[in-house]
Design a protein around this ligand. Structure first.
Ligand code: PGA
Length: 257
């Protein structure tokens, strides 16, 4: 973390878990445990049908609610899809895009780029995910692969908008597997992402962009991951479904650094 130059963000990715009623119950429990005073930015990216319950529960707190996906088109014949202006109207602040689970369902780099542009245009914060497979890591092409995902995903994003983008480095082999990247492995890639941003936008911008780590981050390993200079927070799946565990991660992010 480096709070002097950029925001620390702890974001939950609930994936396909919890109903609206469960969301309401979770938020009531979570709100009662939320540390008072100075804390990092907190986001809950939840299933679309849970957004209203989450927004209602977190009204008048600094906790932001987000979606797990969006469609890049403004409106039209896209059955089952959700446009960014709908998310704005529903009270969202964040949208995840480029998650490896969606890439596995066919989301391409061009799709991710179109979504990033649409999310920014709507005034929302994109949490753009990138990450390598185990095969790519073993082949030694991690940094090149991620540089390509970053460049493609941010194509056409101007200097006025880039500071709003949050990047999440999520090695595919660490997601939901209990196999976390070591703090050194995670730092190495997050640092290389910052270098790519520096080459694209300059040093000042690179210093200001928040880069998160995701992949089996939990209440036990959060502190050492967040102690790395280029890891500005986390995107948390499994451990964000239990209020107590998620609060511990937030507390780790609130440590002085
Ligand atoms: P995990 O998921 O924390 O359950 O590994 C992270 C993610 O996919 O965003």
């Amino acid at each position: 973390m480096n709070r002097k130059y950029r925001k620390t963000v702890i974001a939950a990715n609930w994936k396909m878990n919890k109903t609206p009623s469960e969301t309401k119950a979770f938020m009531t429990e979570f709100k009662a445990m939320l540390p008072k005073g100075r804390w990092c930015d907190i986001a809950f990216c939840v299933p679309a049908v849970c957004i209203p319950a989450a927004v209602r529960a977190m009204h008048e707190t600094r906790v932001g609610i987000g979606a797990e996906n969006c469609n890049a088109n403004a409106s039209g014949a896209y059955t089952g899809e959700i446009a960014t202006n709908m998310l704005v109207d529903a009270g969202c602040k964040y949208v995840i895009c480029g998650h490896s689970e969606r890439r596995a369902m066919g989301e391409t780099d061009a799709d991710v780029n179109a979504k990033v542009l649409a999310i920014l245009e709507a005034g929302l914060v994109p949490i753009m995910c990138v990450g390598e497979s185990l095969e790519q890591r073993e082949l030694g092409v991690t940094e090149e692969w991620i540089a390509m995902q970053i460049k493609a995903g941010l194509s056409g994003v101007g200097e006025d908008k880039i500071k709003k983008v949050v990047i999440a480095y999520e090695p595919i082999w660490a997601i939901g597997t209990g196999k976390t990247a070591t703090p050194e492995q995670a730092e190495e890639v997050c640092q290389s992402i910052r270098t790519v941003i520096r080459k694209l936008y300059g040093a000042k911008v690179a210093r200001a962009v928040s880069i998160l780590y995701g992949g089996s981050m939990n209440e036990k390993n959060a502190e050492e991951l967040l102690a790395q200079p280029d890891i500005d927070g986390g995107l948390i799946g499994g451990a964000s479904l239990v209020a107590e565990k998620f609060i511990k991660i937030i507390e780790a992010a609130n440590q002085p650094c």
